[in-house]
Design a protein around this ligand. Structure first.
Ligand code: NAD
Length: 499
């Protein structure tokens, strides 16, 4: 049995708490490794070492720090296959999807190569006689990131890239369900030239998260995961005076207007609803066709597409559309919610229950499900299922469809499929959701824009990656300087306008 480690001061370090979690291969259901769960003492020691390493890293000029990121990009590309295999083995997603996970993280590292430009301050020459005003963006010190299982490469990269590029030291607490890739990323950063101690990877569970919240040296926390934990970390972190951004769960609606291309909409829904077994925070989990005719046409096109989906292990390569879910508990939860949907009166038009794969009977596979006639009072509508289950809510009008998306407590992503520019514009302007797709089902913004949900999908005021990340991981210092020329005046007792 492989025993995983922490990554402290540039080396693998064994856990000393005596507590471990099992790491599964979701395709086979077998335990493939165990990961140490750090104690508060281990976490605090890692933070202390990071704090000692940070000033020299902050004093390294931004271009040199950016060169580390440049080398890191090359190494990520070099090891893409190896990383993807490790990722799929622990997460279960297909290999092409694992490469997408790494790629979308790598693109944020590419963006970070622009740190010297992004960190430039503002300057006002001659704000008053002999007076100049300028601002600097300075690192916070030690920042921490707490990440979920579903993007084991992308989300740690979204966090560590900007934090490190800004001159911070960074403590990453990855998901205990997919810890191997974050450790591999740390190895690659060392090879790219990152000084020891500047990045620490501490594996753990609630105990290490609480230790991060309680640690006075940690200045900022970036969290991604489920909403109850996001809210917990946001409230406790803010109460402790830290800078905190927390991104939570989702229930993403896709509205299909009567004028939409139905084949395009059906293809988009199948990819966005069932890709990665529905374990994406930007997955579409609710289809909202407008009008009965649209709904009937859509369901007719969806059923054969969903029945054709190939579910299997990542080792089957390109021959698989999606893999298992991450854990037996996730599978049980999905199955419970499917039963509740049936009991509460939704119509299960594609029934994936009882799905079994020969040779992988103990894997955490879930067959694809499609519900029709779902209503907003049902649990399958209210809750995030995070599995291959698509719910269809029939809306009588565009306004009714829009209201559904607006009234839902989550506001991560949403999409509209239409040929009408006016409807699309109206939707983008009015919907209270953070990321909007127009004929694009999964509108994940690229690295140089920012990513963040609204309502219960995001707590805090700055988004992830893009320019916001450089604001989140730095603080602004504004300097007003005067170099007296000529006669010196006496002291000033009034708060003066600059004249
Ligand atoms: P999770 O909330 O269970 O875990 C996330 C992190 O929090 C992990 O590192 C975990 O160890 C830690 N954690 C878990 N329980 C904790 C507790 N009681 N106290 C302190 N820390 C705790 O989430 P998950 O199951 O790993 O990920 C799936 C969730 O993440 C979904 O809800 C999904 O929508 C969401 N997600 C959101 C985004 C986004 O950007 N909004 C992106 C990806 C995933």
């Amino acid at each position: 049995m492989q025993e995983l480690t922490h990554w402290i001061n540039g080396a693998h370090v064994k856990g000393t708490s005596g507590r471990f979690a099992d790491v599964f291969n979701p395709a086979t259901g077998e335990v493939q490794a165990r990961v140490p769960l750090a104690s508060a003492e281990e976490l605090n020691a890692a933070v202390q070492a990071a704090s000692a390493a940070q000033p020299a890293w902050a004093a390294t000029n931004p271009q040199r720090r950016a060169r580390v990121m440049m080398a890191f990009v090359q190494l990520l590309n070099r090891d893409m296959d190896k990383l993807a295999e490790a990722l799929s083995r622990e997460h279960g997603k297909t290999l092409p999807d694992a490469k997408g996970d790494i790629q979308r993280g790598l693109e944020v590292i590419e963006y970070c190569i622009g740190a010297p430009q992004l960190l430039k301050g503002e300057f006002t020459d001659g704000a008053g006689p002999g007076i100049d005003l300028y601002s600097m963006r300075q690192p916070l010190g030690v920042a921490a990131g707490i990440t979920p299982f579903n993007f084991p490469a992308m989300i740690p990269l979204w966090k560590m890239g900007p934090a490190l590029s800004c001159g911070n030291a960074f403590i990453l607490k990855p998901s205990e369900r997919a810890p191997s890739v974050p450790l591999m990323l740390a190895e690659l950063l060392k090879e790219a030239g990152l000084p020891d101690g500047v990045l620490q990877v501490i594996n753990g569970d609630k105990e290490s998260v609480d230790a991060i919240l309680d640690n006075e040296t940690v200045q900022a926390i970036g969290f991604v995961g489920s909403t109850p934990i996001a809210h917990y970390i946001y409230s406790r972190g803010c109460a402790a005076g830290k800078r905190v951004q927390c991104f939570g769960g989702a229930k993403n609606h896709m509205i299909i207007m009567p004028d939409a291309d139905m084949d395009q909409a059906a293809d988009a829904l199948v990819g966005a609803g069932y890709g990665a077994a529905g374990e994406r925070c930007m997955a579409i989990s609710v289809a909202v066709p407008v009008g009965e005719k649209t709904a009937d046409a859509l369901i007719e096109k969806l059923i054969p597409r969903i029945e054709k989906l190939k579910v299997g292990p990542y080792t089957a390569g390109n021959d698989v559309d999606y893999g298992p879910v991450v854990a037996q508990a996730a599978k049980d939860n999905i199955e419970r919610l499917v039963e509740s949907g049936i009991e509460q009166g939704a119509k299960l038009v594609v029934d994936g229950r009882g799905f079994k794969l020969q040779g992988y009977e103990n894997g955490f596979f879930v067959g694809p499900h499609l519900f029709d006639h779902v209503t907003p009072d049902m649990d399958i509508y209210k809750k995030e299922i995070f599995g291959p289950v698509l719910s269809t809510v029939r809306a009588g009008s565009y306004e009714e469809a829009l209201k559904l998306a607006m009234d839902h407590e989550y506001g991560n992503g949403t999409a509209i499929f239409t040929r009408d520019g006016d409807t699309a514009r109206d939707f983008a302007a009015r919907v209270n959701v953070g990321m909007v797709g127009i004929n694009v089902p999964i509108p994940v913004p690229l690295a140089y824009h920012t990513f963040g949900g609204w309502k219960k999908s995001g707590f805090g005021d700055l988004n992830q990656h893009g320019p916001d990340a450089f604001r989140f991981y730095t603080r602004t210092k504004t300097v007003t300087s005067r170099w007296p020329s000529g006669l010196k005046e006496g002291g000033e007792f009034h708060f003066k306008a600059m004249d």
